[in-house]
Design a protein around this ligand. Structure first.
Ligand code: SF4
Length: 388
């Protein structure tokens, strides 16, 4: 009797938009160690901030929703003790996953930012939320890599992501007309919006990146993420037209003195798109605090304008983003293939040392060739791995 031959294993590689593609773009070598190699970071500043802010905003929304459903919508601002209890809960959850703020001042800043985000964004954002934590998935043809580097059988890859919030905006709703977030979104979009539409919202536990930086590509990469989310969301049954994505840069709600320094620098070099009105109160505050090295107290309007970035969703931009992310998948597959065929990790994976904030908390910097070449002059001699 002829025995059938077992077919080779077919795998559909899954790539998360934030966990894989944006992480790889941030730095391929760091992605290799921390994401693929599961090497925990000793100072997971960005990871802890991001997860903490996401967790607090989600928990706060769930409590808001439950109270509205019970016919008792909460009054704003919420008691400080309520927000602190949410922060404590999320901190404990993260600790159970092995994720902790690595210094008391980092934890304190996280609490202050989370409270500012709930109190300043919650009253405007929560009433227009239709769904939170929406899982998105789709598949695309996997880009070809050189034959000599191939290491698995796959003709497609799965793209996955989680949208923090999907808002359902009905322009005829009178409560929406005065909503400052909706007004900022409307002002950023072309005329002729549908009567009912969706905006996907993504929280970012970072400051607003410069829009015209010669070094940083974060501005463009976040826009690609939104366009891709929008295309995946539009393919889900029951979704409404997705006209835009809103990125909420939560650090702008409660800026530090370092943010003040960076904003001042970006304003002077015309790298940022939201600047204080010259001679206005926020402009004076920026000059005052910057010269004293203090955290600024900007107006609510200015902080909200800095925190909110609206990305208009349209088919050409979606196509551009998909091509760009296909290219990232090809680059990751190429690095994996290079390593799978025997090259060392350092030789297989590209490093990207253009974001100094990422490098200074990276555990790989003691032997990273990119860090060494970019910052050695700035920080003196950088230790390297022994060569034998
Ligand atoms: S030090 Fe910078 S360039 Fe090097 S691996 Fe870390 S993040 Fe990447």
């Amino acid at each position: 009797m002829p025995l059938s031959v077992k077919k080779p294993i077919y795998s559909l590689p899954a790539y998360s938009l934030t966990g894989d593609l944006l992480s790889f773009l941030r730095c391929g070598l760091q992605y290799r160690y921390q994401r693929l190699g599961s090497l925990p970071s000793s100072r997971p500043v960005q990871l802890w901030f991001g997860e903490f802010i996401h967790g607090v905003m989600e928990e706060a929304f769930l409590r808001y929703r439950d109270q509205v459903a019970a016919g008792q919508p909460p009054a704003w601002p919420w008691p400080k003790a309520t927000v602190e209890a949410i922060c404590d809960l999320v901190k404990t959850r993260l600790k159970a996953r092995g994720l902790e703020a690595w210094a008391p001042n980092i934890r304190q800043l996280g609490y202050e930012r989370a409270e500012a985000a709930v109190q300043d964004l919650g009253p405007h954002l929560f009433p227009i939320v239709a769904e939170a934590e929406v899982r998105l998935t789709g598949s695309r043809p996997i880009p070809a890599i050189p034959t000599a580097l191939q290491f698995r059988r796959a003709d497609r890859y799965e793209m996955v992501g989680v949208v923090d919030v999907v808002t359902n905006v009905k322009l005829v709703d009178p409560t929406v007309a005065t909503n400052p977030i909706v007004k900022l979104i409307q002002a950023s979009l072309p005329a002729g919006l549908p009567a009912e539409f969706e905006v996907i919202v993504d929280y970012k536990g970072v400051r607003r990146p410069p829009a015209n930086s010669p070094r940083s590509k974060l501005w463009q990469q976040y826009a690609w993420q939104i366009q891709t989310y929008a295309s995946l969301r539009a393919a889900q049954p029951g979704s409404k037209p997705v006209v835009a994505g809103a990125l909420l840069y939560v650090n702008e709600i409660r800026p530090t003195r370092t943010d003040c320094y960076l904003l001042r620098r970006e304003v002077r070099s015309n790298q940022t798109d939201v600047v204080p009105v010259p001679g206005g109160e926020d402009d004076l505050e920026l000059r005052r605090r910057w010269s004293k090295g203090q955290a600024p107290q900007f107006s609510h309007e200015f902080r909200l304008a800095r925190a909110l970035r609206v990305v208009h969703v349209d088919p050409p931009a979606v196509a551009t983003a998909q091509v760009a992310f296909d290219g990232v998948v090809r680059d990751i597959e190429t690095c994996r293939g290079t390593e799978a065929h025997g090259a060392t990790i350092l030789a297989s994976w590209n490093c990207n040392s253009t974001e100094q904030a990422t490098c200074v908390v990276c555990d790989q910097r003691t032997y990273c060739p990119g860090y060494k070449s970019t910052y050695a002059a700035q920080f003196g001699s950088v230790p390297t791995l022994p060569t034998r």
